[in-house]
Design a protein around this ligand. Sequence first.
Ligand SMILES: [Zn+2]
Ligand SMILES: [Zn+2]
Length: 340
Amino acid sequence: MKAMVLTGPQKIGIQEVPMPVIGPNELLVKLSNCGICTLEQRLYTGAMVIHYPIIPGHEAAGEVVEVGAEVLGDFKVGTRVALDLVVRCGECYYCRTGQSNMCQNRLKPGQKVLGGFAEYRAVKATQAYVLADSLSFPEAAFSEPLSCCIRSLKKVGLRLSEDLLVVGAGPMGQMHLQIALCMGARVFVSDPDKARLALAKKMGAFLTIDPTSEDLVAILKEHTEGRGVDACVVTSAAHAALNGAFASVRKNGRVNIYTSYPDKPALPVDANTLHRNELTITGNEGRMEEDYLQSVRLLSFGKVNVKPLISRTVGFSDLEDGIKAAMTQDTYRVLLEHRA
Ligand SMILES: [Zn+2]
Ligand SMILES: [Zn+2]
């Protein structure tokens, strides 16, 4: 089969690799689409290394073409699925205590991670989530990032009718916005990019704010009787975004650091403010099985519209171009179309 193989920093190319052979508990899936995420960009630049060679891609969807003899679920040849391409071991402390996103063995040598940039992928049946017929494969390729945003809003404890500030209106910010609306929140979105704010407004943001030309904190206070928002999610890795987040939440407010950082900035909040205002600060890493299931259901129910987030579709031959394009400010998601 055809696959895009990364053999070193900025060394990626099409290779013929052996077709995966499935075990008795596995499915063979013919992939249709796979998103290019920040993880793939980091692997490509060499900022992150798992091992070489590796087939990147972890936001994949496709169709089951072979079912292992001992698969118990309702999977048949032709079942359309989204894939969670990070294996959970099921054996470690975290997996056994309902924290599988922290699985200690998920990147251990021998674990089959990623692999979405190939024509086929063998997965454990537990990694496949069934899609509604109405959901296209390009949309289904958003199941993974959307599931991380769902986890993020759980971590920040978003409750019905709360005020939420989403910092950053890139793909992750836009997805947070739409899930938060499903959860009954009033959502403010801040970003210095006018086009991104315009999309957030169209997607249902209550108010969009450019923090470089407007007084973010004053505007939020004006709409919340002077308190500030109940919760804030930071989806932008800009340091200035962190300042805005901590200044925007009310007493007893919550901040979730959703984004990861290329550097390691210190938080712009002093211990006394944390103490006096009873602030809660969280982070979040990946997602759990329930988050993924809920993500696929939200997409399948048509509750979240990811179509405006598809900036461009590439084939294997221009995938490297696509990875570079995905790193620019004017794209949301670039998708690999396996048959293109
Ligand atoms: Zn584990
Ligand atoms: Zn991702």
